[in-house]
Design a protein around this ligand. Structure first.
Ligand SMILES: [Zn+2]
Length: 307
């Protein structure tokens, strides 16, 4: 009798343990992994993969969903082409690519102080590859702080007027150079386009993770005049996709690049649908705290939203 009783007790205990491990623990583990991955994700996001994940875990994950993307920070919405927009520490990302343009600014406090290491490394590789073909490419202007951009923009604006300056110089907080992911090459002139170096960069920089950020004929989309010398690091995968698409970054993602309009600059009916979307997204951002558990959305979800 006694033995039977103990058996029943231990059975009940085992069942209880099994039940609890199926319930809470798995969820907790997933959450921790997701948070770790978010913390480790690089700013440019290009070719990120969580180092903490073992090969075995990767294989089993891949079996479930082909590509599971962990987004940086908090997902706040989608672009007009269905790409994920997320925010962290006041920085906006689309598909984990940092965005700095006329619509999306960087915080004044964001100051890496130099080019980000992945950008510097990729540039050095590209420079060496060019050198092997007898071409000389150099970094004429890389990282620029908020303060430096402020003095540059004010100088141009005083000299040429605000409207003209806005076509070639970014207002402080809106310069891609503040991100530490952009480089101006060689003499920083339009003549660069027709040099051997300029042609080589246009055709090859994507192989090293760079895109020509302000291509010819795309001023309406990028908000800037053609700049054959300005390259932006987005990682090899994304750079190759954008290069093959023939689109500029804004077109590829379906985002705008326009300064928020002030009352004296425009009337209400000039506000485009895209600007309205951007405003809604900004409102959503304000409502959502950065601490909110970041949503991890699979490719399937994204497709469902796009479709
Ligand atoms: Zn530049």
């Amino acid at each position: 009798m006694k033995r039977k009783f103990y058996c029943l007790i231990s059975l009940a205990l085992t069942a209880a343990m099994l039940f609890s491990s199926c319930g809470g623990t798995d969820t907790d583990e997933t959450t921790t992994e997701e948070i770790d991955a978010i913390t480790e994700a690089p700013l440019s996001g290009g070719d990120s993969s969580s180092e903490s994940t073992t090969d075995e875990e990767k294989t089993s994950e891949e079996a479930v969903t082909e590509e599971k993307i962990t987004y940086i920070g908090t997902v706040i919405g989608y672009t007009s082409k269905g790409y994920v927009i997320s925010r962290q520490n006041g920085i906006t990302y689309v598909e984990n690519i940092l965005i700095a343009n006329k619509t999306y600014s960087l915080p004044e406090s964001y100051n890496p102080g130099t080019l980000l290491s992945e950008c510097q490394k990729a540039f050095s590789e590209m420079q060496s590859a060019a050198a092997k073909e007898g071409l000389n490419i150099w970094n004429a202007s890389g990282f620029r702080s908020y303060e430096l951009q402020k003095s540059l923009y004010n100088r141009y604006s005083d000299r040429d007027g605000k409207e003209a300056a806005d076509r070639y110089s970014a207002r402080p907080g809106h310069s891609e150079h503040q991100s530490g992911l952009a480089i101006d090459l060689n003499e920083i002139t339009n003549a660069f386009k027709n040099t051997k170096e300029g042609r080589w960069v246009a055709e090859n920089c994507h192989k090293y993770g760079f895109i020509l950020r302000y291509p010819e004929g795309k001023e309406a989309q990028t908000g800037y005049m053609y700049e054959p010398w300005h390259i932006r690091y987005v990682g090899v995968n994304m750079a190759t996709k954008i290069y093959n698409s023939g689109l500029c970054l804004e077109e590829y993602f379906g985002i705008t690049s326009a300064y928020a309009v002030t009352e004296e600059e425009t009337t209400a009916e000039e506000t485009t649908a895209e600007e309205t979307t951007a405003a809604v997204i900004e409102e959503t951002t304000a409502a959502v705290t950065e601490e909110t558990t970041a949503a991890v959305i699979t490719e399937n979800t994204t497709e469902a939203v796009v479709g």
